[in-house]
Design a protein around this ligand. Sequence first.
Ligand SMILES: C[S@@+](CC[C@H](N)C(=O)[O-])C[C@H]1O[C@@H](n2cnc3c(N)ncnc32)[C@H](O)[C@@H]1O
Length: 228
Amino acid sequence: MSAPKPSKRPIRSYVIRSGRLTDSQRRALDEHWQDYVIDYEPSALDWNALYPQQQPLTVEIGFGMGDSLLAMASAQSDCNFLGIEVHRPGVGKLMHGAHQAELTNLKLMCHDAVEVLEHCFEKESIDRVLVFFPDPWHKKRHHKRRIIQPAFVSLISSKLKTGACLHLATDWQPYAEHMLEVLEQEPTLINHCGPGKFWDEPERPATKFEQRGKRLGHGVWDLLFRKE
Ligand SMILES: C[S@@+](CC[C@H](N)C(=O)[O-])C[C@H]1O[C@@H](n2cnc3c(N)ncnc32)[C@H](O)[C@@H]1O
């Protein structure tokens, strides 16, 4: 009997949930996809050409239902935003909100953020990366699914401009400690809050996942690192 072939399937940080689309999410996906979504192709894009204004680019990974990204893009019209999310109801909801607010500084990609970061950006082309409340994957056997891993952090850092920042948040203390350890080991990043420190007064809107965690009595840990 021959040995089983090793699996070639990459370990993903998500499982696609089959969440039902509301009517407004479905309509937004049907009517505004071309206006907001950049279809994934494994090649570097000219990001400046995709927005009407040439301005600093913020990338949010895993925006969920998109409420906080909508708030940031509305409040910061002097920045361009790219949201990356695999959950289609969230993409539909954010597109609906963006259309209603007539936003032109927001684009979305509905694809695995690891592949998007790897293939769609030139080196040193992003001004800010946000990863708010990534899935904590509580069980030890699932820790390999956590998106914050040394290789991914190193990939993110390679795409950040010098002086640009990486902002993470989580409501799961063991994940917060893991994030701190991984980020502090990345030689191209420096902890903006001082070695071993979390960011006590983060500047960002509350997210949906965070609010749910707070209702359950969870704490919140933010981390802010800069590319050297
Ligand atoms: C726990 S939720 C948090 C959502 C949102 N940031 C919030 O705080 O409300 C994590 C989100 O990340 C998305 N996600 C996980 N891995 C991803 C990946 N590799 N690429 C794109 N989205 C991802 C999931 O689909 C999910 O919606």
